[in-house]
Write a protein that binds this ligand. Structure first.
Ligand SMILES: Cc1cc2nc3c(=O)[nH]c(=O)nc-3n(C[C@H](O)[C@H](O)[C@H](O)COP(=O)(O)O)c2cc1C
Length: 152
């Protein structure tokens, strides 16, 4: 795994630490090319944040997302095995990474790839879940490159 840089090490001597970190997080999430969704860690996982990329990908507005369950994106071809794996990972407090069919507001189907990461509070409890989401086009691998095996 690649090394990660701990932002609190860089900013720990700055008195504006909290403000800078919050502004940085907000800017990064708002302007990401990938969809970002944050939910409560409660049953149904009510959505509390979505960025513009998710709205563009799905056709729903921020207002239409807030308070709903992410399962609003599911439909007839959503894979129950993938969703079960997701539920198992969440129960175990682990990171989930998978793909399944999801549905836009206009009913059109697309392949969603997403990662869900638990966000922990000061006591180590899971306070929220954060998902990074993107649409996968035909024959595309997780890193965005084309699967040449598929195109032969
Ligand atoms: C942060 C987060 C993001 C999610 N995003 C999606 C998504 O984009 N597409 C999808 O089909 N399910 C998504 N889910 C999964 C559904 O919410 C889940 O299948 C549904 O909540 C039912 O889960 P349960 O059966 O454990 O209650 C997401 C879940 C979480 C916690």
């Amino acid at each position: 795994m690649a090394d990660t840089i701990n932002l609190s090490d860089i900013f720990s001597y700055d008195q504006n630490f909290q403000t800078i970190m919050l502004n940085m997080l907000q800017t990064a999430l708002d302007s990401s090319f990938q969809g970002v969704m944050i939910t409560e860690a409660e049953p149904g996982y009510p959505i509390i944040y979505v960025n513009q990329a998710i709205c563009e990908m799905t056709g729903y507005t921020t207002k239409e997302f807030i308070g709903q369950s992410p399962s609003m994106l599911q439909g007839k071809n959503s894979d129950p095995k993938v969703l079960q794996e997701l539920a198992d990972k969440i129960d175990a407090g682990e990171i989930f990474h998978g793909r399944t069919f999801n549905y836009r507001k206009d009913g059109s189907e697309f392949m969603m790839e997403w990662k869900i990461v638990p966000i922990r509070g000061m006591e180590g409890e899971i306070a929220n879940y954060l998902a990074i989401q993107r649409e996968v086009r035909d024959g595309e691998l997780s890193d965005g490159s084309l699967d040449t095996k598929l195109s032969i």
